[in-house]
Design a protein around this ligand. Structure first.
Ligand SMILES: Nc1ncnc2c1ncn2[C@@H]1O[C@H](COP(=O)(O)OP(=O)(O)O)[C@@H](O)[C@H]1O
Ligand SMILES: [Mg+2]
Length: 429
């Protein structure tokens, strides 16, 4: 991990001559009043390490007879210089070999020298940066995509479910109608059977009448034909027997009524209309029920995807306690970026940027006056704990500033030195 051991800057922007040895870890605060050259120090570091795109528009100090000079000594032994008329870059490694911007780019994180670029990015970009460093960006995007897909599927199903339920509700129901359609052919067959039985009965009745007539005639014949009495008597006896049998046959005959069937035939259209309606309603209700079940199943899927996203983040190695992502938004202690205090934003940005390029052990922070001294101290402790070097500016001349910039010159802040343990001293020259 690379940090900055020493800065020597002359005639860049507002700077006349600045030499700083920042603390290897923790916070180095560059203090001073407005317009003294504090930000010019950070601009110079960005130019030295970040390449020509960070060259200030007016790099040379106005009124200076000599061109700007920059010299940054890194903890890995690299010396980075810009000097001469063209401010040409010169990178020399400890073995004396020359290198260039490409080597610097390999360990200098762009956002570390340009924190505002992160701070000013959109909420979506911020959360994507975080997800990228914790290595769950792709998975989370896939889960979000799936959630979205289930969500829109569920919406479509839900609309149909509502329609079907409404449709089913509008169909009337006839509790008195039979469960199944009445068949006319069955009723006609029943009617035919009854007709057949009744026809047989009629034939039997005719038989009785016929025999009775013959019997009556026979009696007349007995009177009229006395001489034929003997034969007639035999016949009469015989007929008398027949009559008894026939009578017995006819005595228990009952005719069945077809009135009910006739009525059913008359009503069949009406009944079947009700049956059909009831079947329609049953079907519509079943349809609506199935649709609602699908909707509920998709609800479970949507929640499953959301839970998977929460699990993914819960198990991820986040750069700062209390930092997370929800619905594509960066959250710190439950607050979105625009709801965080200025100092919280700086801490979040530093923590995230710190993880982007693990070899880059420093970060530049302008305008640290947003932090009160207690927050500043906590921030410094956190940086030390992370082994991270932060070089920050602050409109202040208090003892929290290790260096003061006055009229383009760096001055050691004795008041700060007094507050430090000897091993953590940062110095100026
Ligand atoms: N090339 C330059 N030469 C001289 N002064 C400059 C140059 N560029 C900017 N300045 C002046 O420097 C001042 C700002 O310096 P800066 O480093 O931002 O101060 P600070 O951060 O301490 O407030 C402004 O007054 C600006 O006009
Ligand atoms: Mg400034």
């Amino acid at each position: 991990m690379v940090t900055i051991n020493k800065l020597e800057i002359e005639n860049v922007k507002r700077i006349k001559a600045v030499k700083i040895e920042p603390s290897p870890a923790g916070l180095t605060v560059i203090g001073g009043n407005n317009n003294q050259g504090k930000t010019s120090v950070l601009d110079s570091i960005a130019w030295a390490l970040g390449g020509n795109k960070y060259k200030p528009s007016q790099a040379a100090r106005e009124g200076s007879m000599v061109p700007p000079t920059l010299r940054v000594t890194m903890s890995n032994g690299l010396i980075v210089e810009r000097k001469g008329k063209n401010s040409a870059l010169k990178v020399i490694d400890p073995a004396g070999n020359k290198a260039g911007q490409q080597l610097l780019d390999s360990f200098v994180e762009e956002l570390a020298i340009n924190l505002p670029k992160f701070m000013e990015s959109t909420p979506k970009e911020k959360s994507q940066t975080l997800l990228k460093i914790i290595g769950v960006g792709d998975k989370l995007a896939e889960l979000e995509r799936q959630e979205q897909e289930y969500y829109s599927q569920r919406h479509a199903i839900g609309v149909i479910a509502d329609q079907k339920e409404k449709f089913a509700k509008e169909i009337p129901y006839y509790p008195d109608a039979p469960k199944e359609m009445v068949s006319i052919s069955e009723l006609i067959q029943q009617q035919q059977e009854i007709f057949a039985i009744n026809g047989e009965n009629a034939r039997k009745r005719q038989n009785v009448d016929r025999i009775r007539q013959e019997y009556d005639q026979s009696i007349l014949e007995v009177d009229r034909l006395r001489k034929l009495l003997a034969e007639a008597e035999a016949k009469t006896n015989q007929l008398s027997e027949d009559l008894k049998v026939a009578n017995m046959d006819a005595v228990d005959l009952h005719d069945q009524s077809t009135a009910e069937i006739e009525e059913n035939i008359a009503n069949i259209e009406q009944i079947n209309l009700k049956v059909r309606t009831n079947l329609d309603k049953d079907k519509a209700e079943e349809d609506a029920k199935q649709q609602r079940e699908q909707y509920n199943a998709l609800s479970a899927k949507v929640e499953e995807m959301r839970q998977a996203q929460r699990d993914l983040l819960a198990n991820a190695d986040l750069p700062l306690e209390g930092l997370t992502v929800s619905d594509g938004n960066l959250l710190y202690q439950g607050q979105e970026w625009d709801n965080m205090s200025g100092s919280q934003q700086l801490m979040v940005a530093t923590a995230i940027v710190r993880k982007l390029k693990p070899d880059c052990g420093f970060v530049l922070i302008d305008k640290l006056e947003q932090m009160d001294t207690i927050t500043l101290e906590q921030f410094g402790k956190w940086l030390e704990q992370e082994g991270l070097q932060a070089i920050a500016t602050r409109v202040s001349t208090g003892d929290e500033c290790s260096i003061l910039i006055e009229d383009g010159y760096s001055i050691i802040n004795e008041a700060h030195q007094a507050t430090q343990k000897p091993s953590f001293q940062a110095g100026t020259f």
